[in-house]
Design a protein around this ligand. Structure first.
Ligand SMILES: Nc1nc2c(ncn2[C@@H]2O[C@H](COP(=O)(O)OP(=O)(O)OP(=O)(O)O)[C@@H](O)[C@H]2O)c(=O)[nH]1
Ligand SMILES: [Mg+2]
Length: 642
């Protein structure tokens, strides 16, 4: 690149030639496809190597057609002014469950391309992600996409965008990620409008870790945004919060594959291979500095604060680096999981392997949380926190695919706060930890603020659905007569499992949903147990609002009846609250036809065979074989609640 200045014999990247930006949007509005065109137009990827949604690098992303992880890519772009710029793009996911990826990406850049599908208009995550970008004080470039489609409504959607961000019509670009129309203009706009980074080359090196990854060959790789200074290959580095030391065995940028460079400098986005074997040494949100530059003694690195998805502190470029002393950047607050579920190895002796797999996975999935848990039925495993059901499914699949683990996941549940009669306060993440009602003074459940964007025609349906889920109406805002945003407060437990599906079917697929944590509120929570063949299935125990226990109990019992394989004996399936059975079904026995080979003969021979079969079954039951193995896909079926 011809953008290298020389100072003190060092090659210095002129920051005025760097542009760092994200693409943010509602799910499926075309972020990854637009990224393809940017990579293509800038010649970053050769035509013959181009494939659709190239930045969706995980198999799972390609199979499902959704982005799960943020993905940086560097491009060199020679603009109309004949100057070559370094563009650092980060493609982000649109699904609400991967929202933490978006907020971490936003902290690494100066600008955001806000993409809106011109056939769909502004949706719930358009608004949510826009607010995240505004909180970070980013330059926003509004773009309407998919203008090649016949049902694209550019002017109407432009009105929506103008209303949402208060921009002028001429500021909105119109593009097609499919055909590439309008994309050259977008590149020019990025160069013109996204502010260049303002780091200081002369200060000691410090960089924010916005993502990390476990690479089989390289070990732990940190994705960084350099704030100040420079790091060169083989420089000794230290991680301020974890206090670990390593060596920058390799530094470079992503294209999106690794491209090693001699150094990384102020303003750039790239990666540092730490050379550390310990997976816990590198943490997202931490600051990496040179080992020669210790933090000031008076201000030990602050612990990263607790927080909620999306709600994050800016990566303060305000933090001062005084002399040789490095002040840690104010990393990310940790995410607040929305749902918890137990994850256990199918084979009891695989606990250690599961722990190792979870730790490696956490490096590339910062929103995942876990702590050890023991269950009498399932043995040693982990209680894991997720941002939603899709997140849970993805983690489960990644454990199976990338780490070759066979696992059982318990029913997901939200966390509750309880106050015991002795005044003790507890957070309950597993139904089995819920206190006996006689010790319980108060239980509180999490509530969320919910935004639903819907065509006005379906307002009635949406309202009925939310009411059915204990929702509390707040207010409505209109984009125009035909589309509105409804604001509600709802218990999180009513939202996480199947609310999105139900909302889609109530609105012919048109409504979209976003939610964020509000607070814990006092609630009548009870524990519902499921018994199969009179034995409690720990993995099915669930905490639920009293008013929903009957309906839910009945649902689980019926689903189990449909999906459990038949046994050689009659299986009772029951839902119970304490000792009270509130729903019950019987799964009839699978009968081996012992008379099949019998032809002719008299009644006594038949009776004899049947008697023998009955005896056999009795003996089996008395030997404790009346137990029912529950296949893991049955758990998933119950969980899906279709
Ligand atoms: N006709 C047309 N289709 C498009 C355009 N852009 C994207 N698509 C299609 O829209 C679908 C979603 O595109 P993606 O690029 O995966 O969308 P995304 O925003 O990255 O999705 P997530 O990352 O999962 O949020 C794909 O089927 C694309 O082929 C466009 O400009 N025109
Ligand atoms: Mg995508």
């Amino acid at each position: 690149m011809d953008s290298c200045l020389r100072r003190n014999d060092r090659c210095i990247m002129d920051q005025s030639l760097i542009r760092n930006f994200c693409i943010i949007a509602h799910i499926d509005h075309g972020k990854s496809t637009l990224s393809d065109r940017l990579l293509e137009l800038t010649g970053t990827i050769e035509k013959r190597k181009m494939k659709e949604q190239l930045l969706d690098t995980m198999d799972l992303e390609r199979e499902r057609g959704i982005t799960i992880k943020l993905q940086p890519a560097r491009m060199a772009y020679t603009a109309k002014d004949k100057v070559t710029y370094q563009l650092n793009l980060i493609d982000t996911p649109g699904h609400v469950d991967f929202n933490y990826e978006v907020s971490r990406s936003l902290a690494a850049v100066e600008g955001a391309v806000l993409l809106v599908d011109s056939t769909q208009g502004v949706q719930a995550q358009t608004i949510a992600n826009l607010y995240l970008a505004i909180e970070q004080d980013l330059m926003i470039i509004p773009v309407l996409n998919k203008i090649d489609l016949p049902n694209s409504e550019v002017e109407r959607r432009a009105e929506e965008l103008m209303k949402l961000i208060g921009c002028k019509r001429e500021e909105i670009l119109c593009v097609s990620g499919k055909t590439g129309e309008g994309v050259p203009e977008l590149l020019e706009r990025i160069v013109r409008d996204v502010p260049p980074p303002r780091g200081d080359h002369s200060k000691p090196f410090r960089a924010l870790i916005f993502d990390s990854k476990y690479d089989e060959y390289k070990g732990v790789v940190a994705y960084v945004r350099v704030l100040d200074g420079i790091v060169k290959t083989n420089d000794p580095v230290r991680f301020l919060a974890t206090k670990s030391q390593g060596q920058a065995l390799e530094v470079g940028y992503l294209k999106p594959e690794y491209k090693a460079t001699p150094n990384l400098e102020a303003g750039e986005i790239g990666y540092v291979v730490s050379g550390l074997k310990d997976i816990t040494a590198v943490r997202v949100g931490d600051t990496v500095a040179l080992a020669a530059n210790p933090p000031p003694r008076s201000s030990a690195p602050p612990l990263l604060k607790e927080a909620f998805s999306g709600d994050l502190e800016p990566p303060l470029s305000k933090g001062e680096a005084k002399g040789d002393l490095i002040v840690p950047l104010q990393g990310y607050r940790e995410v607040r999981p929305m749902v918890y579920a137990g994850i256990f190895p199918s084979e009891g002796n695989e606990y250690e392997r599961l722990r190792d797999a979870l730790m490696k996975l956490k490096l590339s999935d910062a929103a995942l949380q876990f702590e050890p848990e023991h269950s009498t039925a399932l043995g040693f495993g982990f209680r894991c926190g997720f941002l939603g059901i899709l997140h849970l499914e993805i983690v489960k699949e990644r454990l199976e695919r990338e780490h070759n683990m066979e696992i059982v996941a318990t029913l997901p549940s939200v966390a509750y706060e309880v106050t015991l009669t002795n005044g003790e306060e507890k957070i309950i993440k597993s139904p089995l930890d819920f206190p006996d009602p006689s010790h319980l003074k108060e239980a509180r459940e999490p509530w969320v603020r919910v935004d639903i964007v819907t065509p006005s025609d379906y307002l009635g349906n949406v309202m009925a659905l939310v009411q059915d889920r204990r929702g509390v109406y707040k207010n409505t805002e209109y984009f125009d007569a035909a589309r509105a945003v409804l604001h509600y407060e709802m218990p999180l437990s009513s939202v996480i499992v199947d609310f999105h599906d139900k909302l889609k079917s109530a609105t012919a697929g048109y409504a979209s949903l976003n939610y964020e944590f509000a607070e814990f509120r006092a609630s009548n929570i009870i524990r519902l147990d499921i018994l199969v063949a009179e034995e409690q299935v720990a993995a099915f125990a669930t905490l639920i609002h009293e008013s929903e226990a009957y309906r839910y109990g009945k649902y689980v019992v019926e689903t189990l009846k449909e999906s459990l394989p038949r046994q050689q004996f009659v299986v009772k399936i029951q839902a119970a609250v304490g000792s009270k059975i509130i729903a019950s079904e019987k799964l009839s026995a699978y009968r081996k036809d012992v008379l099949a080979k019998l032809y002719g003969g008299d009644r006594t021979r038949k009776d004899k065979l049947l008697k023998k079969q009955k005896k056999g079954k009795e003996r089996m039951m008395s030997q404790g074989k009346g137990r029912v193995e529950i296949p893991s896909d049955t758990f998933i079926k119950v969980l899906r609640r279709n």
